[in-house]
Design a binder for this molecule. Sequence first.
Ligand SMILES: *Cc1c(COP(=O)(O)O)cnc(C)c1O
Length: 380
Amino acid sequence: MLKRYLLAPGPTPVPPEVLLRMARPIIHHRSPDFIPVFESARTKLQWLYQTKNDVLILTSSGTGAMTASVDNFFSPGDKVLVVNGGKFGERWMKIGQAYGLEVIELKVEWGYAVKPADVEKALAKHPDIKAVFVQATETSTGVYHDIEGLGKIISKHPDTLFIVDAISALVAHDIKTDEWGVDLMVGGSQKGLMLPPGLAFLSVSEKAWKKAETSKLPHFYFNLKKEREGLHKNQTNFTPAVSLIEGLDEALTMLQKEGLENVFARHEKLARAMRAGVLGMGLHIFPKENASNALTAVKAPEGVDGQAIYKTLREKFGITAAGGQDKLKGKVFRVAHLGYAGVFDVITAVAAIEMTLKELGHTVKFGSGLAAAEEVLAGK
Ligand SMILES: *Cc1c(COP(=O)(O)O)cnc(C)c1O
């Protein structure tokens, strides 16, 4: 037997409380049973999002809500700016292009965070930009973009929406949706929210709803205006993933018990410990700045294939982490500390990386990473 550990940046482990809640018999989504469950889940989501606006719950993977963020608010030919600093920035570009928007790319070198001043310049150069799209955490590089800094700039532009893919950042990072002027923020169930894949979330500001009035793109499954009307009656347009919504309610109850500040502090500390562990054993992290609290992208050492590290972690030690994507394939591997994560997830990961490196013939002093991680975990 090989005991398995899921330490990937999505899907993430699901706590027993949530698994048990989802094991309840299915309730009918048009029956009165559904109303209190849905109402409770959607109100708690507003708490997590730090917003007074509606947070829609969609039955799809996260990308579904990314797509809905385009086809419900824009028209063909609309000019939009996409911050592209990795695979998920690329996805915003591809979605925009698929719907015929005029996509202006703000390229950010992988491993770096976007400079808000560069967004300011682009907005000055193209005053007709209708939206700025960005990731909060760019999961392919492990970088966190400065959402607060971007919000300060974009909120000065009354006709420009600020659209954030926070699928992997939600729960791990303190993102103040309303205070920072985020118009649309996308979340997904299988990352920080400790649920199986299958739900997407989307907060929508009044500014965005106004823009939706003029959208000329067709949409049917993701008709957000109709979803909003339903939401206020605690209904969804179509059959939702009811078990996942029960699980969502449970997961949010767990987070509320912990308290928002403690949730963020836990992620910050685990991330710091993970980075210390990596550096302690003589490796380096990939991000050059703004390393995310959701996951750590680690550079494979000279002469060791990052995919071999990923594979050894999985096959020999039972740990499913993630490899590098695209041009980072073989160069990095990624370990999450996201959602249902605690001290011994980091310890497990750091110990397993040390043993994996040794297995692959790389010189490493056992315990060097662990000692550094433990120092952090034992402290404040
Ligand atoms: C995981 C992830 C996605 C993709 O979500 P799916 O649920 O696979 O559609 C999008 N953006 C970011 C930043 C992610 O981490």
